[in-house]
Design a protein around this ligand. Structure first.
Ligand code: ADP
Length: 447
């Protein structure tokens, strides 16, 4: 500050001195005024430079970088420039840090598996992430400041927003929902700040589907067990209350044995399924020969054929090239035997059933069961591997079916990296095959 006074005094002295020298006493006064004027001009010049620089800074689009070097000035203006420059730099640094934090926060919200929508106090969209655009069909740019109730017109959602009670969520159809492929969203609003709202959406289609499947499964199992149980209870009551003759007693006991066998098979299939779902995928350390698996299947098929049809079936077993398959022996046998016994069970007496093993040129191995049974209509094919899905219920029950056989086959195939193919035409028989990947098939060492 002292420098400023000194400069002012110097200007006055020089002005006064010049006035004195040029016009003695008359020139001294105007000289002083001229000196003050020159000082003022000089000061205004510095102030102008500073203002120009500050204005340019204010209009700067990239606040992280100063628009140009600060004007070089001395004295008090130099200090003002220096302090302003430091203040600007600090402000820009803080801005940059806040921007980085905001970007990181928004990136985290973008990465969220839930849809996130920020609403202002009027319920207008301020920001939404990518997932929310998919869930509701918003446009992240175009729909900013649009009222959410104008964009999501689902009555349940509008009622939820209007109620102001956000203690629970609301389930509505998603943007991509169609009658064939329904999509369900769980939407939950949380209030924050001054009337603002955070809307979270979650795709719960899979959860709802799993829940529906669980309900169906429990209902099916209960139904399957209740039927033989009811029959058993009836026979027990009859045996307890009526004085039966020996042949009648034997007949009832045989029927009771059949019903309990049916329950045992069902429980055993259920346990197999739960084991398949709960155990890790089989590795490729254990190898078993296809000939051993074939022998077991053949034995079972011939025994079943005799029980079901006095005339039997035309059973052909072609074990093909001697090979080995890597996997779990009990699982592989269970899958193959299910296909073979199904063919025997659904093919009428005297019908042909052909079981074969082929090694493809690319190293894959195919286990195939072909029958000349009734065949399956195309509309049933995609659902055959669902649990308890049956086309011919009475035939299935009569022949000891549980409705779980093909579900087990599908699971076993998936666990061994294999594919289950089903081809069938009503009236022309069916062909079920499991194609094992080359990594799980090799020529037998013994061969
Ligand atoms: P199930 O114990 O009833 O046989 P599966 O899961 O093994 O149950 O089979 C499902 C349904 O697929 C059967 O109920 C039957 O209607 C049909 N099916 C399976 N294999 C054959 C076949 N070889 N020929 C005709 N229909 C079949």
């Amino acid at each position: 500050m002292i420098n400023r006074w000194i400069t002012f005094a110097a200007c006055m002295v020089v002005g006064g001195g010049l006035g004195w020298v040029t016009a003695a006493n008359d020139g001294f006064g105007p000289g002083l005024v001229l000196g003050a004027f020159v000082w003022l001009m000089l000061d205004s010049f510095y102030l102008g430079r500073l203002l120009r620089w500050l204005r340019a800074e204010q209009n700067n689009d990239t606040p992280a970088v100063l628009v140009g070097p600060a004007p070089a000035m001395r004295g008090i203006w130099g200090e003002v420039v220096d302090r302003t420059r430091r203040l600007l730099k600090n402000r820009d640094q803080q801005n940059q840090e806040s921007q980085t934090r905001l970007d990181e926060f928004l990136a985290a919200m973008q990465a969220s598996p839930s849809g996130v929508v920020l609403l202002d106090a009027q319920g207008r969209i301020e920001w939404c992430n990518q997932m929310a655009t998919q869930h509701f069909g918003f446009d992240a740019q175009r729909d900013v400041l649009q009222h959410i109730a104008n964009l999501v017109r689902e009555p349940a959602f509008r009622a939820y927003m209007a109620s102001g009670n956000f203690s629970h969520d609301v389930v509505i159809p998603g943007n991509a929902s169609t009658p064939a492929r329904p999509v369900k969203l769980s939407v939950h609003v949380h209030s924050y700040g001054k009337g603002r709202k955070l809307l979270l959406s979650r795709d719960i289609t899979a959860v709802e589907l799993a829940e529906a499947m669980r309900r169906d499964f429990v209902a099916n199992v209960s139904h399957e067990i209740r039927t033989p149980l009811t029959v058993l209870a009836g026979f027990i009551e009859t045996l307890q209350t009526l004085p039966l003759k020996e042949p009648e007693r034997v007949r009832y006991l045989t029927l009771m044995a059949q019903q309990s066998q049916r329950m045992q098979t069902l429980v055993s299939d259920l346990l197999t399924l739960s084991r398949l779902e709960g155990s890790p995928f089989p590795d490729t350390n254990e190898w078993m020969t296809t000939s051993a698996l074939f022998a077991q299947c053949e034995q079972e098929a011939r025994a079943l054929s005799v029980v079901l049809a006095p005339q039997g079936h035309q059973l052909e077993f072609d074990a093909g090239p001697a090979c080995e398959i890597a996997g779990v022996q009990t699982e592989l046998y269970s899958a193959m035997s299910n296909l073979v016994t199904n063919a025997v069970r659904y093919t009428p007496e005297g019908g042909q059933v052909r079981v074969s093993w082929t090694l493809h040129p690319d190293g894959r191995g195919e286990f195939q069961v072909k029958d000349k049974g009734p065949g399956i209509a195309p509309e049933h094919l995609p659902r055959l591997t669902e649990r308890f899905y049956r086309i011919d219920r009475s035939r299935s029950r009569e022949t000891g079916g549980t409705g779980l056989g093909l579900a087990i086959v599908k699971h076993v195939a998936q666990r061994h990296g294999a594919e289950l193919h089903i081809e069938s035409q009503p009236g022309h028989g069916s062909c079920f095959s499991i194609v094992f990947p080359a990594a799980r098939v090799r020529r037998s060492h013994a061969a």
